[in-house]
Ligand binder design. Structure first.
Ligand SMILES: [Cu+2]
Length: 400
């Protein structure tokens, strides 16, 4: 009997060891186990606070549980049948009220100091408005030094190609019991290193400069979360939340974040990518973007159907595939493959109108895509997925 129990315990323990070995490699890098210190002064302050409080609660925990264990053993009934009575002992009551009070005050001081500095957006040299949508972000550069008329505005969409995240369509119907061949066909391509984090147009900010973010949303509540800057701010429709950062000059590079407030089906598909560049590089970039924005939309006609299809495919993957499926099979949005809407030449104008102005649940894309991109996307929709209408929509058709 006892040996059976022994064997069970040993086999359970060895199972635990084996399953533990699998995650041991992740645990070897201890930074995976803790909050990340980040790269800014504030994020390191936040990390310091986190560690201080962690040690305080660890010591309190050990003291309290140690005392409980000690009392349970040393004053057990067999040893001490008549317990001493000290209910409503004034000294003790005062002691265990006053001590936690001082511990709390001691913790509140450093925490308040960091919170106040996180809240101080004064003297920022660059101001950027961040807007959350279902399901992407837009960035509008409002002020850079003395220039309050920059006019640089763009949307930032997930760049990971849909083939990498989409559930493969198996021709076996609703339940995915395909043949071996179907399963092989359906195998997804390898995931990129920046899978579900990279975007088509990243936010660009200068290093060593105080940047103020004005954070809001257009539809539901989102949250702009950049762990390396210790920023996590709710984006609420009708409200503007402020937050700031200074990324040190020796910390230029690419940083990733995500929406951190559950905002609907594609909540996981609206990442944040920030490029922190040296100041002179930022000056050049913002000047170029400003010039591009001022010169108006590019209405150069497409030289051929192929040129339009190529741009269309790229933009479709970034802006449309989340709702309409990588292969136009539909999803939250209507399907495009083989539909009358996409194939009927009389509905081409309607097709353009819906994309520009939106309809029902379909958002308007006039602000998100340029006329050239809209023309390319429609050309793509009407020629891909087996539609092959041969329709070539030109930027000028969209602009009017
Ligand atoms: Cu969101």
């Amino acid at each position: 009997m006892q040996s059976t129990l022994f064997r069970r315990v040993v086999s359970a323990l060895s199972l635990l060891l084996v399953s533990g070995a699998g995650v041991a490699s992740d645990w070897a890098d201890r930074s995976n186990l803790n909050l990340r210190p980040g790269v800014t002064e504030i994020s390191q302050d936040v990390f310091g606070l986190h560690m201080t409080i962690l040690w305080v609660v660890t010591v309190i925990g050990l003291l309290v549980f140690g005392l409980i264990m000690y009392s349970a053993v040393a004053h057990r009934r067999s040893k001490n049948p008549n317990p001493s009575q000290f209910h409503e002992h004034v000294g003790l009551e005062v002691f265990w009220t006053v001590v936690p009070f001082f511990i709390l005050i001691a913790m509140a001081f450093p925490a308040t100091r960091v919170l106040i500095s996180m809240d101080d957006t004064s003297d920022a040299e660059l101001t950027i408005k961040v807007t959350g949508y279902r399901w992407n972000w837009s960035y509008e550069y409002l002020a850079w030094k003395d220039d309050n008329d920059i006019g640089v505005f763009f949307f930032s969409n997930l760049k990971t190609p849909p083939e990498q995240y989409e559930r493969p369509i198996l021709s076996g119907g609703l339940f995915p019991h395909g043949t071996a061949q179907q399963r092989v066909d359906a195998e997804r391509p390898a995931k990129d290193a920046d899978y579900m984090l990279a975007v088509d147009r990243p936010l660009v900010i200068p290093a060593g400069i105080k940047v103020r973010f004005l954070i809001t949303a257009d539809d539901v509540i989102h949250s702009w979360f950049m762990p390396d800057f210790a920023i996590k701010k709710d984006a609420i429709p009708g409200f503007i939340n402020e937050v700031w950062t200074v990324v040190p000059e020796d910390a230029t590079g690419v940083y990733y974040g995500q929406c951190a407030e559950l905002c609907g089906r594609n909540h996981a598909f609206m990442p944040i990518e920030v490029h922190v560049v040296p100041q002179d590089e930022f000056e050049t970039w913002i000047a170029e973007e400003k010039e591009k924005a001022a010169s108006g939309p590019d209405l150069t006609p497409f030289a051929s159907l192929d040129v339009a299809m190529q741009l269309g495919q790229e933009k479709y993957a970034a802006a449309c595939a989340l709702c309409h499926g990588a292969n136009g099979q539909g999803g939250i949005g209507l399907p495009f493959a083989g539909t009358d809407f996409m194939k009927n030449p009389e509905r081409l104008q309607d097709n353009i109108d819906v994309l520009i102005k939106g309809r029902n649940a379909m958002p308007a894309f006039a602000a998100q895509l340029t006329p050239r991109e809209i023309a390319a996307v429609i050309t793509y929709q009407r020629n891909a997925f087996g539609n092959e209408t041969g329709d070539l929509v030109q930027p000028a058709d969209v602009a009017k």
